[in-house]
Design a protein around this ligand. Sequence first.
Ligand SMILES: *Cc1c(COP(=O)(O)O)cnc(C)c1O
Length: 390
Amino acid sequence: MTSASDNNGELPAIIGGAAVRPQGPPDWPGVDPAVSAAVESALADGTWGKYHGPHCSQLAERLAEYHQCEHAILCSSGTAAVELALRGLKVGAGDEVVLAAYDFKGNFQDVLTVGAVPVLVDVFADNSNLDPDGLEEAIGPKTRAIIASHLHGGVVPMSDVMQIARRHGVPVIEDACQMPGAVIEGRIAGTVGDVGIHSCGGSKLLSAGRGGALVTNDAELVQRVRLYSHRGNEAYPLSELQAVALLPQLDQLDVRNAQRQRNADRLRQLLADQTGLAALDNSGTTALPGYYKFGFTYDVGAFSGLSRESFADSMRAEGIAVDPGFRALHRIHSRRRFRTVGDLHNAERSDECVLTLHHPFLLGSDEDIEQIVIAIDKIRRHATMIQQQK
Ligand SMILES: *Cc1c(COP(=O)(O)O)cnc(C)c1O
């Protein structure tokens, strides 16, 4: 326990020791021969630089086929996709949209952007995802949509959400940005809600630096989204060059998701032996989750009072990509902008306790996964020293 016996390798990197992974976290996106070949072919035939070419329509077709739904609309980001979905559902001034108080900030902003009021409900204590229990009370005469986001490898129990939503005639936007290709209660994430959202942002599982998509069977929604976004030119475009880079990634999605799931299960097992750390729990629903982030909670008490932020800093110094999760939306926005339902206690706890591991580790080897735990152990043993020396 004492520092006297520590050699440099045993000290945490944040206070001068050698990092567990001096090479840092795995890169994303990495070198991908299939993407290189596809992009090269678009460079060779000139489609890379054109407004219109075959790749965007191919990608939209492939996305629809993959999701076994009728329509996929490509757009410039996941954030734009949520906005377009809201507009496609005719959400506007004075309307209300229900979403979890612990969610991606852009979803909250999108609701404001269309002139509507976010109504925030709590999340599950053990997985930080939307708890349908709050929906019944949140839905009122002004409610025009519900946004359900699957976050950090945790999933929203969609059948419960849909049951309540259907009873009230409120459409559901299912944000699958963090888990393209995940299977939730037997259905592909994004296809249970009335419209599904995907992101192709620079850190996402299907990445083109930027980009997004909506998937749906609702032809009227598609019509309204097209009317809104086509202004002679496309106002929220995804380019041919982005589409060409995405097509081979979609082909590889299932294989990669399976690999991420295997590694996530292994990490889950390893964390079960760690006091003070608990992986987000999906036992309440059947799912093969996707992992844009692998989420877990952190208990300061089990790390001699080392703050979550210092723990994350220490992990990153070891070369492990760990970051605090989202801020609770009601804590970072003016009270005048939203309405809340219930005490949002679990969202606040998530705001304070959630950590996320970035997904590229989950495509790594057993050794990559074990290094995560080696780093955790090292930081735990030196938690007091880190607080004194930082
Ligand atoms: C990344 C993300 C988005 C938005 O995606 P962008 O393409 O970055 O705009 C939306 N929702 C969730 C849950 C996300 O993680």
